[in-house]
Design a protein around this ligand. Structure first.
Ligand SMILES: [Zn+2]
Ligand SMILES: [Zn+2]
Length: 291
């Protein structure tokens, strides 16, 4: 209470466990849960289908979603939908690879972000409003990038190969901080089609919503899985991670590629694209043992 300085990074309509009782957050008009009337689906990766279910609603817990994902392996596929561009790969990383990446990630300093998250950012500073890109603080991608990019190509060269990362960002979520990321779509000017997120330490749920179809789809992501959201999934659905779907600590290792204008032949290739690609090919060494 009172005027003590806010210790988290939240602004505007965002909040976390640290600021949820402040004046600013209490004054926010709590938005009605607009998803209560939406049709609910659960994504079953083995069938590559989103199966409609009456057993889940807009408030379902992580465990309820896990159980329903299992149950829907063998239920009727009547009225199931295919969400083009949604790919989920279980066990994308082995336990050993996960530990190796985590060890490197945890040698790097975390920066406070919003909604109870912390982040480590490798990429340009983007002013989305004024469409400006700054590269002075962009020194390259972390050294574990190649291992991940090679594995992506090995799994599915068409869907995940030839990935030229423009940005890599690690996002840390913690249950005690009520970390979340609100439903959103990623910027479509600078970032390209395929959004990648790898789940480290703990799994969670990617919640997808489609307002024109009034549909909600839960995608359970076990830890060490990779999700790719492209095409219809990227452009016609929103995505987010809800605070009550976080257990303990979770790190999302995310990657974004270049939008069309920034790729070779695009109108911003000369101005920004070429330099961003050059920087994206530099590797920042992360020594595991030295301080
Ligand atoms: Zn906060
Ligand atoms: Zn996003």
């Amino acid at each position: 209470m009172g005027s003590s300085a806010q210790e988290c990074g939240c602004k505007g309509a965002r909040f976390c466990a640290l600021c949820e009782t402040t004046e600013r957050v209490r004054k926010l008009r709590v938005e009605e849960d607009k998803h209560t009337s939406y049709k609910v689906f659960v994504y079953v990766p083995a069938r590559q289908l989103a199966i409609p279910t009456d057993n889940l609603n807009s408030k379902s817990s992580l465990q309820e979603i896990i159980d329903e994902t299992d149950a829907c392996h063998s239920t009727s596929a009547e009225n199931a939908i295919k969400i083009d561009g949604l790919t989920l790969i279980h066990d994308f990383l082995t336990e050993a690879e996960e530990s190796e990446v985590l060890e490197m990630i945890d040698t790097v300093e975390w920066v406070q972000s919003q909604s109870g998250r912390r982040k480590q950012d490798y990429g340009p500073k983007v002013n989305f409003k004024h469409k400006k890109v700054k590269t002075d603080s962009f020194v390259g991608m972390p050294e574990y990038a190649d291992m991940l990019l090679n594995k992506m190509s090995e799994y599915d060269v068409t869907k995940l190969g030839n990935y030229q990362p423009f940005e890599m960002c690690n996002l840390e979520y913690e249950e005690v901080k009520k970390s979340a990321i609100e439903m959103h779509q990623d910027d479509m000017w600078i970032w390209g089609n395929r959004l990648i997120s790898i789940n480290l330490i703990n799994g969670s749920v990617m919640t997808l919503s489609n307002d024109s179809k009034e549909s909600l789809c839960y995608v359970y992501m076990p830890h060490r899985s990779l999700i790719c959201m492209a095409d219809e999934c990227r452009y016609e659905w929103k995505h987010g991670v809800l605070a009550h779907h976080i257990r303990g600590r979770r790190i999302a290792l995310t990657m974004r590629e270049a939008g069309k204008d920034f790729q070779e032949g695009g109108e911003l290739y000369e101005k920004y694209g070429a330099e961003l690609i050059r920087l994206g090919n530099i590797r920042v060494p992360l020594n595991k043992t030295s301080a």
